[in-house]
Design a protein around this ligand. Structure first.
Ligand code: SF4
Ligand code: SF4
Length: 393
C-alpha cells in the first residue's frame, strides 16, 4: 500500500487546502540565516507556480540567545485572500510541516518565547510532517522524540546540523537539501523544478541544484503512529499565575546558598554535552572558573562535576581544560537523561569509566590517555563530528 508521500509523488492526492504553513525550528543565532534562507526560498519557489506567500521570524524569539530554540515561518497560499486569512494570527499555532535543522531539537524545545519544554511535533497537525536534518536513521531520531499524540510523517534529510558563528552563514547546501525534501513531501506547494530554477537563478551553480535533487532522493520517510517515540524526557511545564492570582508587589524568591533554581533549566540549548574523566582531572579549576553558566559543582574530592540541567553545551570547559581528553564534548543524541554522573564514578568507578569511554570514544585510563597523547602528531585533531575533546592539541 502506498503511503501519503508516495501518493503525493504520484499526484494521487489533490491539494484541498488554500494554504500551507511551514515552520523552521533552529538554534538561535547560529542557524538564523539558514532558517531565514529556507523560509524565503519556500515562498520564492512557490511563487514560480503562481502561489503567493510570506516568510517571517517569531517576534517572541528576539533577542535570540546562543543555542536557544527559535522559529521562522513560511506561509504559502493559493491567492492573497487565503494568505490574508492564514496570516490573521500573531503566530501559527498549527503548522503542516515542521523543519528541524538540528536533530537534537527533537528532544524537545524550550524557546525564548515560552516557559517549559514542548515536544517537537506539538504544533504539527494530524498527518503533518516533521522534517529533520540528521545523519541518524528515522528510528534513531524517533527514539529521542516525545511519544506522538497524533500521526505524522517523519522525514530525515541526510546531513549534520549546520552551524556557523553568530550571523555568519555556513554554505553547506543544507537549505537546498531541505528544499528538495520539501518538494518530495508537499509537491502541491513546492515543486522540485521550481526549487532548482530558483537555486540556479540565485547561485548560477549546478552543484547547488544537485543538492536539492539529493535532498529529494535521499530523504528517508517513516510514518509515525500515536504512541511511538519516547516517554523518557522530563515533563517541564509550568502553571503560571494569572494576574488575579498574583501576589501584590514584585517578589523574587531568593535561593539559599548552594541551591539551584529548580525552574531554570538550560539543557534545551545543547547540541553537545561535556563528559568528564575524573581519573585524569588535575583539579586545576579552569572549567569551574570559565563556565559561563556556573554549571560545575565541586565534589568532596575536589573534582568538578557538570550539572547537566544547567549546562548549555557551549564547549568552553573542554576548550580550557589543560588535560587531553579530560573533558570531551559528545553528541547530545547519545544521552537519554540529565542525571549527574559523579555519583556513579564514586559508587562504581569501573562502570563510570566504561560509560565515559562509550560516550567519549577515548580511553579513560590515565595510561591509555598518556599513550594516545604521545602517539598523536602535534596538531592532530582527535575529534569526530559528534565529539570534541579538550586538552592542548
Ligand atoms: S559546556 Fe562546559 S562551559 Fe559550557 S555551559 Fe556546559 S559545563 Fe559550562
Ligand atoms: S579544567 Fe579539566 S583538569 Fe581542570 S578541574 Fe576542570 S576537568 Fe579538571
Amino acid at each position: 500500500m502506498k503511503d501519503l508521500v508516495e501518493k503525493k509523488a504520484a499526484n494521487e492526492v489533490e491539494t484541498e487546502e488554500g494554504s500551507i504553513t511551514i515552520e523552521i525550528v533552529y538554534r538561535g543565532i547560529f542557524q538564523k540565516t539558514l532558517a531565514q534562507r529556507i523560509a524565503r526560498s519556500i515562498v520564492l519557489a512557490a511563487r514560480k507556480r503562481g502561489h503567493t506567500g510570506t516568510a517571517f521570524g517569531r517576534y517572541g524569539d528576539s533577542p535570540e540567545r546562543n543555542g536557544v530554540p527559535a522559529k521562522y515561518f513560511a506561509v504559502v497560499a493559493i491567492n492573497e485572500l487565503e494568505l490574508e486569512s492564514s496570516m490573521a494570527k500573531y503566530e501559527p499555532a498549527v503548522v503542516d510541516v515542521s523543519i528541524v535543522v538540528d536533530d537534537t531539537l527533537v528532544k524537545g524545545v524550550e524557546s525564548w518565547a515560552w516557559y517549559g519544554r514542548q515536544p517537537i511535533w506539538k504544533p504539527v497537525r494530524s498527518d503533518g510532517f516533521v522534517v529533520v536534518t540528521s545523519e541518524k536513521t528515522p528510528d534513531e531520531v524517533l527514539a529521542q522524540t516525545d511519544a506522538a499524540e497524533r500521526p505524522y510523517t517523519l522525514a530525515v534529510v541526510p546531513g549534520l546540523a549546520s552551524f556557523a558563528g553568530l550571523w555568519v552563514f555556513k554554505d553547506d547546501h543544507t537549505d537546498y537539501r531541505v528544499l528538495g525534501a520539501l518538494a518530495r513531501l508537499v509537491p502541491d506547494w513546492v515543486r522540485l523544478e521550481d526549487v532548482q530554477a530558483l537555486i540556479r537563478e540565485q547561485t548560477k551553480e549546478g552543484s547547488a541544484a544537485d543538492s536539492a535533487q539529493h535532498g529529494f532522493d535521499a530523504t528517508v520517510v517513516r510514518a509515525v503512529a500515536p504512541g511511538e517515540g519516547t516517554s523518557g524526557h522530563e515533563v517541564l511545564q509550568f502553571d503560571k499565575p494569572g494576574w488575579t492570582t498574583m501576589r501584590p508587589g514584585i517578589i523574587v524568591d531568593a535561593r539559599k546558598p548552594g541551591e539551584r533554581n529548580p525552574y531554570y533549566k538550560k539543557y534545551g540549548a545543547r547540541t553537545l554535552r561535556p563528559v568528564v574523566n575524573f581519573d585524569t582531572c588535575i583539579k586545576c579549576t579552569m572549567c569551574w572558573l570559565d563556565c559561563p553558566d556556573e554549571c560545575f559543582e565541586v565534589t568532596a574530592e575536589g573534582h568538578y562535576e557538570v550539572v547537566y540541567e544547567a549546562c548549555i553545551g557551549c564547549g568552553i570547559c573542554a576548550a580550557v581544560c589543560p588535560v587531553k581528553d579530560c573533558i570531551v564534548m559528545v553528541d547530545e543524541m547519545k544521552f537519554t537523561d540529565n542525571k549527574d554522573t559523579w555519583a556513579l564514578w564514586k559508587s562504581d568507578h569501573d562502570a563510570y569509566n566504561r560509560w565515559f569511554e562509550e560516550m567519549a570514544g577515548v580511553p579513560a585510563d590515565p595510561k591509555g590517555v598518556a599513550a594516545r597523547a604521545a602517539d598523536a602528531p602535534v596538531g592532530t585533531p582527535t575529534v569526530s563530528h559528534d565529539a570534541a575533546s579538550g586538552g592542548d592539541d
